[in-house]
Design a protein around this ligand. Structure first.
Ligand SMILES: C[C@](O)(C(=O)O)[C@H](CC(=O)O)C(=O)O
Length: 525
């Protein structure tokens, strides 16, 4: 560090220039939708349908270093943005799968994006391997993404070198060049803690070359795929702050990386707080007077289930509906409709007015766990409310839902009434029982096409690198153990040599020729 004399006019000029550049950037085709979305929204409804950047270009400029840095992630993000919008216009979708291995990533010929899955990182990259509870170190996914991105750049360079060392005539006889630079989509989970933790994570993802990341509304440690305990989500406000922190970090970096707003309400059983009235319609309360849930201590999911049965838990609206006549229910909902957001206390007041003083027992405080979480009732409307509120802060939306077609259709159609050009994503669970959920073979065959028609332009099967590779490895392993090198040559070597696994020339993947080229260039020294 050294001291320098500051010329105040020059300092102001440079700053205002930067502010102007940011404002112009925010008017660009990729950025302007973040600003524009607000115009779809009637002002009074802004609480429900969200707000865009809550800060100005000048605020952002003052947080930037004077050293302007441009990130390759932006190039990849713009490429992804065009790809996904093309799919949206055509009613088609990008189909990709979870990938954390650079060798395999380089062979993905049928995909135009790569997904770095947190679950796969938990199973094979983290130091402590285990079930995906989003509890691995926060920089695990950025590190995995960075390795893949660097490998993409390497393959792109070796391909160029290989082509450019040949004459035009020779290149004309070679098959197509490959696009190794597939935009990377990465799992940012819940942002790993405070706003600054989320900002650091986003910074690392951008530096790693990531084109889009998904950020969800689970609480820290709130992910559950274990005993059926159900996820815990944070309040709508905390979720928006997370997304806002991510957007701010991208703005500070001047990065185009897309934010995929993921909402995990569908599998939620708890919410951390009742502070945000937007969450109130979905908070459950006891409708009979029983001992508080917290008095059970750290209860197993079976005991919580049993308590919920005894306490006859319901949402407040369901409770009113059980205590009112048809006309009263209509009047109650009519009065609710006049408010964009209505807290539980306000609902109680309206119910009192409609039911003419008839007592309705509803205790949502007694339905809290011993660590203070509230019971929560997910629904498509809850997912819609939250996802719409989040939309202006992100570029795409992923409502993580079970693959129930009616629910998917309702969510996406309702959402598109507010944001007609929205990009959507979805993930396939590796074990979803399509046949027992009533889908025919024909339905399953066309499933991805049906989702694409709803605007779900990015679809991922994160589990392939676990389920698919386990299956393939197991089969190969038994065969090789029994048949040895003869089986290897028959099943792997010969077919692999025939299909030219590297795309355009055999045995080129490791790029011996580019290493030779370095040597040749330095030979004169
Ligand atoms: C997509 C996901 O975030 C992942 O880490 O791959 C997981 C996948 C899974 O565990 O089924 C998720 O959807 O939460």
């Amino acid at each position: 560090m050294s001291l320098k004399q500051v010329d105040l006019s020059e300092e102001d000029l440079a700053f205002h220039k930067e502010v102007g550049l940011i404002n112009r950037w925010w008017q660009s085709p990729k950025q302007s939708h973040v600003q524009r979305q607000i115009f779809h929204v009637i002002k009074a409804e802004k609480h429900r349908f969200g707000v865009h950047r809550p800060y100005t270009a000048s605020d952002v400029a003052s947080l930037r270093s004077s050293l302007g840095v441009e990130y390759p992630a932006s190039v990849q993000a713009l490429k992804l943005w065009s790809l996904l919008h093309e799919h949206r216009r055509n009613g088609t979708a990008e189909m990709t799968f979870g990938m954390i291995d650079p060798v395999m990533a380089s062979q993905m010929e049928g995909q135009q994006t790569i997904y770095v899955s947190g679950a796969l990182c938990a199973f094979s990259k983290a130091d402590c391997i285990g079930q995906d509870m989003s509890d691995y170190p926060w920089d695990t996914v950025p590190k995995a993404a960075s390795t893949i991105f660097k490998s993409q750049v390497y393959h792109d360079a070796r391909q160029r070198q290989d082509r450019m060392r040949r004459s035009k005539e020779e290149r004309a006889t070679m098959s197509h060049a490959r696009d190794y630079l597939l935009p990377i989509v990465a799992d940012a989970d819940m942002g790993f803690g405070s706003q600054t933790a989320t900002m650091k994570l986003v910074k690392r993802l951008v530096e790693a070359g990531v084109a889009m990341f998904h950020l969800d509304d689970l609480s820290l440690s709130g992910k559950r795929f274990t005993d059926g305990g159900g996820h815990t989500v944070v309040s709508t406000r905390e979720y928006l702050r997370r997304l806002g922190a991510a957007r701010l970090q991208l703005d500070i970096m001047g990065a185009e990386t897309l934010i995929l707003c993921r909402c995990d309400i569908d599998g939620a059983q708890y919410i951390t707080t009742d502070i945000d009235p937007r969450d109130h319609p979905y908070i459950l309360g006891a409708t009979v007077d029983v001992e508080p849930l917290a008095s059970l201590g750290n209860a197993s999911s079976a005991r919580v289930k049993e308590w919920k049965r005894r306490a006859k838990v319901k949402t407040f609206d369901e409770t009113v509906e059980c205590n009112a006549t048809e006309e009263q229910i209509t009047e109650y909902h009519h009065l609710l409709k006049s408010k964009s957001v209505c807290s539980l206390q306000e609902r109680q007041r309206i119910a009192g007015q409609v039911l003419k003083g008839k007592e309705v027992f509803f205790d949502w405080q007694s339905a809290r766990t011993c660590d203070g979480r509230y019971l929560y009732s997910p629904s498509v409307q809850a997912i819609l409310d939250r996802s719409l509120a989040a939309a202006p802060l992100g570029d795409a939306t992923w409502a993580r839902m079970d693959l129930i077609m009616d629910k998917l259709v309702k969510f996406h159609n309702e959402f598109r009434k507010v944001y007609p050009e929205r990009l959507f994503a979805c993930g396939y669970s590796a074990t979803f029982p399509f046949p027992s959920m009533g889908y025919s073979d024909e339905d399953v065959k066309n499933f991805h096409r049906s989702l694409a028609k709803l605007g779900i332009v990015w679809q991922v099967q994160p589990g392939f690198a676990l389920q698919g590779l386990n299956y393939t490895t197991k089969k190969f392993s038994s065969m090789f153990g029994e048949e040895g090198i003869g089986g290897y040559v028959r099943d792997i070597q010969e077919p692999a040599m025939k299909v030219d696994t590297d795309g355009y020339e055999k045995m080129q993947w490791s790029g011996g020729y580019i290493t030779d080229a370095y040597g040749d260039l330095l030979a004169g020294l």
